[in-house]
Design a protein around this ligand. Sequence first.
Ligand SMILES: O=C(O)Cc1cc(O)ccc1O
Ligand SMILES: [Fe+2]
Length: 441
Amino acid sequence: MSGDVRKTAEGLTYLSGFGNEHGSEAVPGALPEGRNSPQRAPLGLYAEQLSGTAFTEPRAHNRRSWLYRIRPSAAHPEFRRVDNGAVRTAPFTETVPDPNRRRWDPLPEPAPGTDWLAGLWTLGGNGDATQRTGMAVHVYHANSPMTERVFSDADGELLIVPERGGLLLRTEFGVLAVDPGEVALIPRGVRFRVELFEESARGYVCENYGAPFQLPDLGPIGANGLANARDFRAPVAAYEDDVDRPVEVVNKFCGNLWSATYDHSPLDVVAWHGNHVPYVYDLRRFNVIGTISYDHPDPSIFTVLTSPSDTPGLAGVDFVVFAPRWLVGEDTFRPPYFHRNVMSEYMGLIEGAYDAKAAGKGGFVPGGGSLHNMMSAHGPDRDTFDKASAAELKPQKVDDGLAFMFETRWPVTLAPQASTAGHLQRGYDDVWRGLERHFRG
Ligand SMILES: O=C(O)Cc1cc(O)ccc1O
Ligand SMILES: [Fe+2]
């Protein structure tokens, strides 16, 4: 099974660019020319629009796609509530917002037969999915492909950050492969199925209820840099045409999972065009910008994607990557500084170690995560502080890890399961113990 998945991934081709008006047809002539909704769509297909923003949002933010499919999405039986598993949604009201710093080990091994959706486990979040504000942090651990079912999320877009094991994402728009070190985005409402490259897969998900992620403005950086638009890859059209096979469609809607069994695969889009599309991005392509003189720049310089709010510069959520880079700052404490931020920070580790925290068991480990909520004091742990304060400041390549952050304007309130989990580390505060006074008056 996983050999086939890898083979499929190797044969994939992609369309390049972020936010483009892409178009693709799996059968020549399937994509109508010159209009979106001809009286009769080509090849007997049904034309259907999928919008990700209101029709009237400014052109620069407007997202929608036209799909040409074997059956219209409207042809389905009633959705019925199913168990939400370990998926939770904002507003998070079952625990009180907690100013304490928290850190988790990776999710434990799931029971055999756990697919990506069943393995999705919510840590917490903020805002309100019904108001299309805020975000949720999820982690997943799966060991089985989604075969007879697909998923779609009406509550938000899903930024998937694999940490262990690649994923093959079969979407309405075509097939995407995403390995650890890459990220994938599934837009709001797009149906998809997850298959695994290896026996099991682990990773993180930012569910963004707010405005779709966009590339940050570059300001004085100029016309290039950070995540370059051309490095984002969208799929080419590919469709499933298994008429006889019932497929369960699980729809996350305002916090609950709803299911309907279709008599066909809803991944039956033969052609499409538009800019509300899934994509993948290789984080190693990130053009890292930093100081070439002194001081540690704020991590906003590492923003890959941002979901803006109504207040300029104040993101609902930013996706930030700590990618391999050179440190050359003179007379500078080079790791992340001590700080208390108005924004709230969930951090994850894709591989290796993070330059502000000790690695290894009981530390900040790949697949684990930390939460530093609004105004919570944090920064380098004691070991890191001691070493960096004494380090010889020659140019240093930091290339032993890949970390990321979901940084959000509102505190992250935990789902109850995250505040009681066995994999919640106890005694995280101790990493800042022993930071002795050196001031002697
Ligand atoms: O490790 C963190 O807490 C994230 C972070 C990194 C950094 O380089 C500066 C500030 C910051 O919050
Ligand atoms: Fe921080």
